[in-house]
Design a protein around this ligand. Structure first.
Ligand code: PLP
Length: 385
């Protein structure tokens, strides 16, 4: 069997054609494809505004800037996420604090969050960055309720969950990133994610003020928009109003994104079928498969199992050309964070237990039946040894 990665992109002939058409056009960057991609993505997610950016790390940085994170601010996330989720707070001079994960959903434990906030009257927290880990949608309605009580904003790191949703108290479907609860949500278009543009990212929001600020910060802090200018000297005139960055996506990437987006729903269904087959195949093995719930639609960016033979299984699968992976090493244990904040290994017990046991098996829409059967056979073989 050829090597099977844990995740990968699928590029169709139509995707290639879309990119080539941009190469033959007048605009390589800042052309019409950016706005088109933003419109299509906003429609898919069900929010009002979307801002395309260079990658999700840039998206997170713009979000913390737009929400005015500064020195003295404390922002909460979970240890089980990619480092970028937390780094964005440090870029703006803020401090990161953690709340442990729930041991079933692997997302932020809302009870522990509430208890931390109620017990820390002296520390001023300004926001929370929840992560829809592996594609499991955090219940943003409940999180919003807690955050309102303490005056906190929410940036949803929804990159694993475009198309995923939870059912709210009134039985409404709430898609991840739809802007009904979180001020801002962020997505990545790195090739292993649901949509691939090479590098790429998106911010979604329903807040017009934040949207205007993000648009400004994305392009150097410069605007030419007549209704935003303080003066106007003529057609050439622009103003730099904030210290911004060049965090733009280019038109070639946006064209690829638009084309990929056309298959994203079908791919999401495929991911759910792959997960169902794994769940059934592993039901008699000493493996914890992802939680299944009627209250959510899982987006399965990752298919994460837990096993107390994680290292042995990882090595066995790699020997058999199955490139399982671990997501993630708890952030507070990464050398940079350990040195900076000096957290001890026992601080976040569920996150650390999770890290000892978690393994991501191959999960991507173009995984063939033969490939999946091979993965299942090898996992079973491992436990029969
Ligand atoms: C991939 C990922 C990021 C970073 O995305 P980039 O586009 O590579 O900057 C951030 N957070 C999570 C949870 C991710 O999976």
């Amino acid at each position: 069997m050829n090597p099977i990665p844990y995740g990968r992109q699928f590029i169709s002939d139509k995707d290639i054609e879309a990119v080539v058409n941009v190469l033959k056009s007048d605009y390589l960057t800042q052309g019409p494809k950016i706005a088109e991609f933003e419109k299509d993505f906003a429609e898919y997610i069900g929010c009002k505004y979307a801002v395309a950016v260079a990658n999700e790390t840039a998206a997170l940085h713009l979000c913390t800037m737009a929400l005015d994170v500064k020195k003295g601010d404390n922002v909460i996330t979970t240890p089980i996420t990619f480092a970028a989720s937390a780094n964005s707070v440090l870029y703006c001079g803020g401090e990161v604090d953690f709340v442990d994960i729930d041991n079933q959903t692997y997302t932020i434990d809302l009870n522990k969050l509430e208890s931390k906030l109620s017990k820390s009257p002296k520390v001023t927290y300004s926001g929370v960055i929840p992560v829809d880990l592996a594609g499991y949608p955090v219940n943003m309605e409940e999180l919003r309720y807690i955050c309102d009580k303490y005056g906190l904003w929410i940036i949803d790191d929804a990159t694993h969950a475009p198309g995923g949703y939870f059912i709210d108290k009134n039985n409404n479907t709430q898609f991840c990133g739809n802007g009904n609860f979180a001020q801002l949500s962020v997505f990545s278009f790195h090739p292993v994610k649901h949509i691939a543009t090479g590098e790429g990212g998106m911010i979604t929001t329903n807040d017009k003020k934040l949207y205007d600020k993000l648009m400004l910060l994305r392009t150097y802090g410069i605007t030419k928009s007549p209704d935003l200018l303080e003066e106007n000297h003529g057609g050439w005139y622009y103003e730099m109003q904030e210290l911004g960055y060049n965090y733009r996506l280019c038109d070639m990437q946006a064209a690829l994104g638009i084309s990929q987006l056309k298959r994203v729903k079908e791919n999401l269904e495929k991911r759910n079928l792959i997960a169902k087959k794994y769940n059934e195949a592993f039901s008699n093995l000493p493996i914890q498969t992802p939680i299944v719930s009627q209250k959510i639609y899982h987006a399965y960016h990752l298919y994460i199992i837990k096993t107390n033979k994680r290292k042995e299984l990882y090595d066995f699968l790699h020997k058999n050309n199955i490139f399982a992976q671990v997501h993630y090493i708890p952030i507070h244990l990464l050398p940079y964070y350990r040195k900076k904040f000096g957290w001890e290994k026992v601080d976040f017990i569920e996150s650390e237990n999770y890290y000892e046991q978690a393994l991501s098996l191959p999960m991507f829409p173009s995984l063939t039946e033969d490939q999946q059967n091979y993965v299942i056979d090898k996992v079973k073989e491992f436990y029969q040894q």
